[in-house]
Design a protein around this ligand. Structure first.
Ligand SMILES: *Cc1c(COP(=O)(O)O)cnc(C)c1O
Length: 356
């Protein structure tokens, strides 16, 4: 291994890239990782020893607090290659701010801005061949932080690890998704951790999602934990409803993840003169809209799949089908977002972040 130090991050490069062994046309999402990863430890009250090293296993005590108390947060972002081979990130500042917001809620120390961006830039540059050209191809970037202190006493860890992994991804087609509106289980509650990208939020969703799958629905639309009256998120995505020509989505609160895709869609919609209402959306009004034909679309929004159209939803054992929309907002926003992400259009909001 060659050792070099650029700025404060020490870099150990792989001797030989694994890229030749990867079948980029048959990737399973999140299963293959690029040559390098980033690792930084929090000890004695500060983040230290930021290192880029070959991707591989890490050694950690089974008594590390993350395994016992779930103190862990993560982010999801992507690097895109344009038609001229330049590489871009999309609104990384949002991910930086959000992981620190999530960390704060989970009593994890915030990560320094300078190291976050320096790590991202160096990692992506080093593994730039892993960002494949072509619309839909990307390098999915997974920053995360976890409690690494040894000890099963129930108190916040005094030591943490912050890491960044990168995984090549193809266009992620969810197909048309059939969803079940939650009537019993909940994803988040007032005062809880729903607004944080906390690892445990996902763990808690798997069981009710499995139950929905057994009934033929791929995802659950989460409702408010108190009365199950309001529609909040679709699986691990934010959710939009188009009633006639108005777009509805739940307002950001401590139950809702403040999605980058969500806020980008809202900005695009306003720019396209589409009426957007960020307000509590009643289950009953969407059921009513489905019955009277004014419900035109439902779609989920998130970095991995960008936009996932919902083709049917179930509520109280009745299934409501949503007819395919000719001039679909979902398709329009997806195209507008991808065009910006892949540098195929102007960037009126300054969302692109150039890496190389
Ligand atoms: C990550 C996430 C989203 C989507 O956020 P993006 O920034 O658009 O990727 C939505 N809901 C939940 C619960 C999430 O964890």
């Amino acid at each position: 291994m060659s050792l070099s130090s650029t700025k404060s991050i020490s870099v150990q490069k792989v001797e030989k890239s694994r890229i030749g062994q990867v079948d980029f046309d048959n990737l399973t999402f999140g299963a293959t990782f690029s040559d390098h990863m980033f690792e930084c430890d929090y000890k004695d009250g500060e983040w230290q020893n930021p290192t880029i090293k070959p991707y591989g296993n890490i050694s950690i005590s089974p008594a590390a607090k993350v395994f016992h108390y779930g103190q862990a947060v993560f982010e999801g972002m992507k690097a895109y290659k344009d038609d001229n081979g330049k590489i871009w990130l999309f609104r990384p500042e949002q991910n930086f701010l959000r992981i620190n917001k999530s960390s704060k809620r989970m009593a994890i120390p915030e990560f320094p801005r300078e190291i976050f961006f320096e790590a991202l830039e160096q990692l992506v540059k080093l593994d730039k061949e892993w960002v494949r050209p072509g619309m839909g191809n990307s390098l999915y970037i997974r920053p995360f932080a976890m409690a690494s202190q040894v000890g099963v006493s129930a108190s916040p860890s005094t030591e943490y690890k912050f890491m960044i992994l990168m995984s090549p991804a193809q266009a992620y087609y969810t197909g048309d998704v059939r969803v079940e509106i939650a009537e019993h289980y909940s994803r988040s509650a007032n005062g809880g951790v729903g607004a944080a990208k906390a690892a445990g939020n996902y763990g808690a969703q798997f069981y009710p999602t499995n139950l929905a799958r057994e009934k033929g629905f791929q995802q659950v639309i989460w409702t408010d934990a108190s009365d199950h009256k309001y529609l909040e998120e679709a699986g691990t995505m934010n959710v939009f409803f188009r009633v006639n020509d108005t777009l509805l989505t739940a307002p950001i609160s401590d139950r809702i993840l403040d999605g980058v895709t969500r806020k980008s869609i809202i900005a695009l919609a306003k720019n396209d003169n589409i009426k957007v209402e960020e307000r509590p959306v009643l289950v009953s009004e969407i059921v009513e809209a489905a019955k009277n034909g004014s419900l035109k679309e439902i779609f989920g929004a998130g970095t991995a799949a960008v936009i996932s159209p919902v083709s049917a939803f179930s509520y109280k054992d009745t299934v409501y089908e949503i007819d395919k929309q000719e001039d679909s907002y979902a398709a329009q926003f997806k195209k507008e977002l991808l065009d910006i992400q892949y540098n195929r259009s102007e960037d009126p909001f300054n969302w692109r972040y150039e890496i190389i």
